[in-house]
Design a protein around this ligand. Structure first.
Ligand SMILES: [Zn+2]
Length: 169
């Protein structure tokens, strides 16, 4: 998560971001040379993010950075990595089980930290209309399609998760 503070400005419109509102923020993510991706450690208005001309290119860069950062972290194992989804699991048994499953829907800027031991029920959190209302309709459709794909993959994923974590039922 980018550093968030009262009075922070959106780098795209220079207006102050209401920290109590829903806004886009990513962590600091590396490019292929290991340097910080421009604006990867910034917060911005959702509307400004999708209004930028290079929104797809920017999101592709962040998604690639996320993939790189997960691959480089020995705590995480990537379970799904395709054109629509990046799903990773952290099977560390000392971790709070309300986390451990990280789902990114590519080109939407949306990600979820889900409860590993409540899979696949935890996937339903991805359908929260209030949260998705910040997305333009075509991006919302990407999330819906990704959720469908995950539901279809749930039996195999459950097997994988069980292999990694005995507390997955
Ligand atoms: Zn803005």
């Amino acid at each position: 998560m980018a550093q968030v503070y009262d009075g922070m400005e959106c780098p795209l419109c220079s207006k102050v971001i209401d920290v109590d509102s829903d806004f886009f923020a990513s962590t600091a993510l590396p490019d292929e040379d290991g340097d910080l991706i421009d604006e990867s450690d910034a917060a911005m208005h959702w509307a400004c993010l999708f209004a930028r001309e290079d929104a797809d290119r920017f999101l592709d860069k962040l998604d690639a950075g996320e993939r790189r950062s997960l691959r480089a972290n020995p705590c995480w194992e990537i379970l799904v990595d395709d054109a629509a989804l990046l799903v990773a699991v952290n099977p560390d048994p000392t971790l709070d089980r309300d986390f451990g499953l990280s789902v990114h829907v590519l080109r939407t800027g949306m990600s979820w930290d889900l409860a590993l031991n409540r899979f696949p029920a935890c996937l339903e959190a991805m359908a929260d209309p209030a949260r998705l209302s910040v997305l333009p309709s075509e991006r919302r459709a990407r999330v819906a399609a990704a959720l469908e794909a995950l539901r279809a993959m749930a039996p195999q994923l459950t097997q994988e998760l069980r292999r990694l974590d005995s507390r997955v039922k």
